[in-house]
Write a protein that binds this ligand. Structure first.
Ligand code: ADP
Ligand code: MG
Length: 229
C-alpha cells in the first residue's frame, strides 16, 4: 500500500515558485494497476519521482509499505529504490552499446548477484517477454516495442513490488503501445503495484483506477468498470 498525505512539491523560489504537486492525499492499494492521467505539465512525473524516492517532497508525507520516505537519508532512499522500485521510461534509457541481456542484468550486477544466478533470472524474463531471439543482440538493433519490453524486463529483474511507468507508450505505435499496457496489466495481476503516468486516455482506461491531475491536484478519481476482468 502506498499512502500520500497532503503531498506538496514546489520547484523554484519566490515569484518563480511553482507547485508541481499541490496537496495530494490518496492511497494506492497493493497489486493494482493505477493510471495517473493528465496533460503535459500537470505533475505526473513529479508524482512518480516522489513515490519512487528519487526526490523529497516540499511538505506532506509519503508512506510505501509502511516506510515513511520523508525520514530516509539519500543512501536509505537509494536502498529503498533498489529493493522496491522498478522504473520504465518513455525513452527506454537502455545502454545502446550493450546487448539486451547485459541491459537487463545491469540492476543485478549493481546488487552484486553472482553471474550464473543473474544470467538465469534475466534470460527467464526475456523469454517471458518474447525476446528470446534478441538476448545477445545489441539493444540498438531492437524495434521500439522490443526495446520497451527489454526495459520492462530490466525493471522487473530485481523483483521490485512497485513498477512505475512514465509514459511508457509515448514512443510506440498503437499496436506496440497496447502490448506494453497489456504487459503492465499482467504484472499487476501477478501481485505488483503498477503506477502508469500517461496523457493517453485509452491507455489509462485499461487500469483498475484512474487518478486525474490538473495543475498538481487530483481533479477526479475513477474506478474502472471493465467488462472483462
Ligand atoms: N526539475 C524541475 N525544476 C523546475 N520545474 C520543474 C521541474 N520538474 C518539473 N517542473 C515543473 O513542474 C510541473 C510538473 O511537471 P511534470 O511533473 O514533469 O509534469 P508531467 O510529467 O505531467 O508532464 C511543470 O510545470 C514543470 O515545468
Ligand atoms: Mg512527465
Amino acid at each position: 500500500m502506498i499512502k500520500v498525505k497532503n503531498l506538496v512539491k514546489v520547484y523554484g523560489e519566490g515569484d518563480s515558485a511553482e507547485r508541481a504537486i499541490d496537496d495530494i492525499t490518496l492511497e494506492i492499494p497493493e497489486a493494482k494497476f493505477v493510471a495517473i492521467m493528465g496533460k503535459s505539465g500537470c505533475g505526473k512525473t513529479t508524482f512518480l519521482n516522489l513515490i519512487g524516492g528519487l526526490d523529497y517532497p516540499s511538505s506532506g508525507e509519503i508512506f510505501c509499505k509502511g516506510i515513511r520516505l520523508n525520514d530516509l537519508s539519500n543512501n536509505q532512499l537509494s536502498d529503498y529504490r533498489n529493493k522496491n522500485i522498478g522504473y520504465v521510461f518513455q525513452d527506454f534509457y537502455l545502454e545502446p552499446s550493450f546487448t539486451t541481456l547485459e541491459n537487463v542484468e545491469m540492476p543485478l550486477i549493481i546488487a552484486g548477484m553472482p553471474k550464473k544466478e543473474r544470467r538465469q533470472k534475466a534470460i527467464e524474463l526475456l523469454n517471458r517477454l518474447g525476446l528470446e531471439d534478441k538476448i545477445h543482440k545489441k539493444v540498438n538493433t531492437l524495434s521500439g516495442g522490443q526495446k520497451q519490453r527489454a526495459a520492462i524486463a530490466r525493471a522487473l529483474v530485481h523483483s521490485p513490488s512497485i513498477i512505475l511507468a512514465d509514459e511508457p507508450t509515448g514512443n510506440l505505435d498503437s499496436k506496440n503501445g497496447a502490448e506494453v499496457i497489456a504487459i503492465l496489466k499482467q504484472i499487476s495481476l501477478e501481485g505488483k503495484t503498477v503506477i502508469l503516468a500517461t496523457h493517453n486516455k485509452e491507455d489509462a482506461m485499461k487500469a483498475d483506477y484512474i487518478i486525474e491531475l490538473v495543475d498538481g491536484r487530483v481533479s477526479k478519481r475513477t474506478e474502472a468498470d471493465h467488462e472483462e476482468k
